[in-house]
Design a protein around this ligand. Sequence first.
Ligand code: G2I
Length: 464
Amino acid sequence: MNHKRVLRLAVTVAATSALAAGMTMTLTSTASAGTTLKASAAEKGRYFGAAVAGQKLSDNTYVTILNREFNSVVAENDMKWDATEPQQGRFVYTGGDRLVSHAQANGQSVRGHALLWYQQQPGWAQNMSGSALRSAMINHVTQVATHFRGKIHSWDVVNEAFADGNSGARRDSNLQRTGNDWIEAAFYAARAADPGAKLCYNDYNTDGINAKSTGIYNMVRDFRSRGVPIDCVGFQSHLGTSLASDYQANLQRFADLGVDVQITELDVMSGGNQANIFAGVTRACMNVSRCTGITTWGVRDCDSWRGSDNALLFECSGNKKAAYTSVLNALNAGPGITPSPTTPGPTTPGPTTPPPTTPPPTTPPPGPDGCTASVSLNSWTGGFVASVKVTAGSAGTNGWNVSVTLPGGASVTNTWSATASGSTGTVRFTNVNYNGRLGAGQVTEFGFQGTGSAAGVTPTCTAS
Ligand code: G2I
């Protein structure tokens, strides 16, 4: 088969799968000859990223490679729970902010890693359980995602929540013991805090169709069917000396659920096969139209958590390895995509809100003067997160406030994108300076978190 035919075939496969996933895209069918990972990936509509350890940003060899080759970064450790909330309620963003500044100055997008993980929890959280931990973890998600709002391309909202082995079940952890709905509660809170970020579930040992990846697949399918706001799945891909033959098929089955897939922590054991495995992963991503980018977990071999495995694309000296060339060639040979602009994730009500009894009209009638508000609740025993949608009527608004009467015993503990007055009984939420002025029919969202139950609350909206 000649080269052109291979390319045409691959393009057809990508186009078919994208259409199956209901996505519009433009195909670029020409082979390219980019000379850096980021240029070659960008020509094909993807990003190429690296995990960055904060202290390496003062190493010249490292930074030179990072900025020349990568157009996406992720904090190897600086955005984890132990780094960002070392004491409960005391947030430290120094490392994360430094990485975001570096990225902004160098045209790199930022993956956020990781809002909730059973490892790298601060001591205070490790010692918590039950509804206290549930509130603390949702607050953590809300605070951190709010701090970085607008700056994160994709968040790993939940990392490594599934068990290894054949069970296909959740991993036991203090987070899991707060109730099986902890993952969806985290996704709702992250969506409310940063509506523009893609929200991902991220895990390892998911490099093919196996019990663990199938457990995750079933969760994602369930989330999509119920409108839980998940946009992407991360496949860490810490790999050994072989690549599962169904690696690409596994990515594709997730993509077919309507989520993006990303290779999030790629590194490969050195040895005879390293370059081939790196190329195989890259080809698989290129052949799946919803595979939007690849991140290696570090830059040079000596930056890697895998130490003597020499698992990355550059030698310590900065020299490119054979694996680098094989990845670059696979990027250049791959079919291109121009994904349609970021589609907002589902905004359907949370799990405790009953479904509407009549389907919404396709063309909404003109709104009334003033404004309307609707609430979607995510509740668990002892607490809730409420996302409130404010819609301006036909005259638009200069400002708005929304009143909510909470049942006895319920109390608001945290609010975002609005200012609350009161915390129990009737609580009044007023716009903040950037979301008060709405055009006719325009929508904005704010949220609040609380203890107790908010079941059945009905918000009323007043415009000014
Ligand atoms: O374990 C490899 C990765 C698996 N997936 C999730 C990733 O977040 C994880 O990354 C690794 C980092 O590469 C390590 O650098 O996660 C480890 C645990 O958070 C990181 O190791 C930690 C050490 O455990 C700490 O003792 C150390 O203070 O790195 C810290 C900073 O060097």
